[in-house]
Design a protein around this ligand. Sequence first.
Ligand code: 26Y
Length: 818
Amino acid sequence: LAVAPVTGPPSSVDGFVREFLNNLNYEQGVALSSSSPNDRYLALAYTVRDYLMARWLEDQRRQREVQAKGVCYLSAEYLLGRQLDNNLLAARLTDIATEAMAACGIDIDDLRQLEVEPGLGNGGLGRLAACFIDSLATMSVPSTGYGLRYEYGIFRQTFVDGEQIEQPDAWLTLGSPWEFPHPEAAQTIGFGGYTEKYDDEGVARSRWVPGWTVQAVPYNYMVPGYHNGRVNTLRLWSAVASSAFDLRIFNAGDYAEAVRAQTFAENISKVLYPEDSTPQGKELRLQQQYFFVAASIHDFLEHSLSPDFDLANLPDRVIFQLNDTHPVIAVPELMRVLVDEKGMKWDAAWAITQQCFAYTCHTLLPEALEMWSVDLLGRLLPRHLEIIYRINDEFLAAVRERFGDDEMRIRNMSIIADFPERSVRMAFLATVAGAKVNGVAELHSQLLREKVLPDFDEFYPGKFTNVTNGVTPRRFVRLANPGLASLITEALGAGWTVDLERLRGLEAFAEDPEFRAKFAEVKAANKRRLSDVLRTRDGFEVSDGHMLDVMVKRLHEYKRQMLKVLHIVTLYEGIASGRVAAADVQPRTFIFGAKAAPGYVMAKRIIHLINAVGSVVNADPRVEGRLQVLFPPNYNVTLAERVIPAADLSEQISLAGKEASGTGNMKFALSGALTIGTDDGANVEIRQLVGDDNFFLFGMTEPEVEALWAKGYKPSDFYQADEGLRRAIDLIASGAFSGGDRSTFEPIVSNLLYDDRFMVLADYASYIAAQARVDAAYADQDAWTRSSILNVARSGFFSSDRSIRDYIDRIWHTPPVL
Ligand code: 26Y
């Protein structure tokens, strides 16, 4: 029997109980009475899985049979979050499972808490990939997500004396019920070695003779669509040594040496790189990148195409979407397969390749564009380097033809950079190879064309486009904010979860006092839920009646957590100095969540400072509890799902021109938080949609930033000119937050005063003024709630379903297969 019969969701609680007990007995080997919480969690997960299985098998069969064009999303990161709730929701099993567990004397909530989320990503880019595969499944688009199955995901963050300590994230220890290993479908991936020319019946050809190989073993994950009976696949690769340990050496007693090769190979998928911006030239990272894209391309060609498929038609069957530069080594790999392995002519192969790739850029920081040294590439992937050189030669010849021998321009456009080290600019390679190149918000796409890749935009008219990011309403509204979800359904009826523009219908309700009261009650309940979580998780007490002012995102200087710190210190200094009565301060709780890259010293110092300011402010009786700073460690998707629905104010305060898009900003707006933000990334579009009255704009615009740099930026001038700023910085410098020790935070202070690359001081006054507007607005609770409802009503555009529709229309041309 090739395909299991399609069964619908179980109609009875009894049926679910039976399946659950079966799984407990036959998979876990325990009786209900003797089962541990983890046994129960696993058995529940297996039961949910079983109900999705028939659909999954059916969709796998159909994807092979229909031969429609599909998307292979290539991403080094997927920040999935917990799976249980999402899969229950997609399969319409939430109520049945809850009752079934209750019938067994189990509180399903207790089991939910046991799941360790797969943290296989750093931040926005990885979470975006997770939202996109959810939307692709929900919209019935044939697609596969490809990536890496890191044995250790993003590090677990703890604080010791306020400083970040990283711990390995052993997410697989207690079992991983959502994955299906397929060792029989392993791919052999080569590395190193040399290339050689040979004569193939009169035709001169090249081939690669790798020096060593690794096995890539796929693990499949279900990606269920929401209420549409679809289940797509996420396929993550794990590295296994091609030959196990050396028995001869082992028997001779040198155990470490016997497993050396094995350890070396298996290191490839051992751990996620926690850097999320600067591409440090890590050999292992290049190995990871090549490992997963080579395995994915071969997997697609072998398993998705019929044996007699004519590869000339490949663009009719697949688009490989490159999620940033991390998978760009796929370009020379496809060329190598087509030319060296399939015997295709170079020009034909290049024409195909150029139609099969598209590239999404997620940054504007020039230092964040990946470059690989020619030396390293030549050692690790010698044939790929040759192919890149040829692509570059032909590309530059075409540029010469078009623009003449403009050597400056040629040097600026070359895929190979000569300084400071001969290296390959992966973003340029992706731009030359991609059918389309997109940025992730309107402003970002515009700056990408005008500032980062202007020569390419001129050379390739029509290649550049925009797809503004989005977030999945399933996880971030339905699951994370059930109170709001019910209220919306009550007001608008069902259907909005897959058609988020319908939220517009809430605009009318914003004028209804009764609806406003209900909406405010949902927000209050979300705050209580958050408060419960923070109490059990971290021992924090969230005070009643406070505005929740939230800044959660990776710690980066460009995101400007320091600006938020200066605001808090300013408020505190006013009270501590006696100039402001505590009673006159709007009660606020400031919540931070942020991980810093382990090697990013300044970012870690800022984390230390936030914790230090929190300790002092929270403990000072003069504050009368009206200001509170909470920094729960280890911010992740699970915590985000509690924090975001509870927030009143969303902090999106990057220096204009630095944040490509942001996606947290969208999640907050959809949860009814008002944004205080700069004109940056997707903030621009959020403000346009929700309206100026419902958004607190501050700071310089991107052209103003440019102008200030051009004129010569001296941060100390701003320090001298602004008394409030001076007092805040002086208080930090005085050691007030470091037990009198002036040296602890001195590097932060001097960085602000004498360098300040992200113009914190230049935007300080404007930020403080905007915060005063926030206070004034919050004083009128009913008006605030109205704005909050309008934020929800007008943010439907930010569904990742809309992003995916844009990708389909502008880039992929892969219609849904219904
Ligand atoms: C290769 C390594 C150094 C690296 C690893 C991770 C480089 C970058 C990253 C991650 C980047 C990232 O998360 N970028 C964010 O992508 C989001 C989704 O498009 C944007 O919303 C956000 O503005 C951008 O910073």
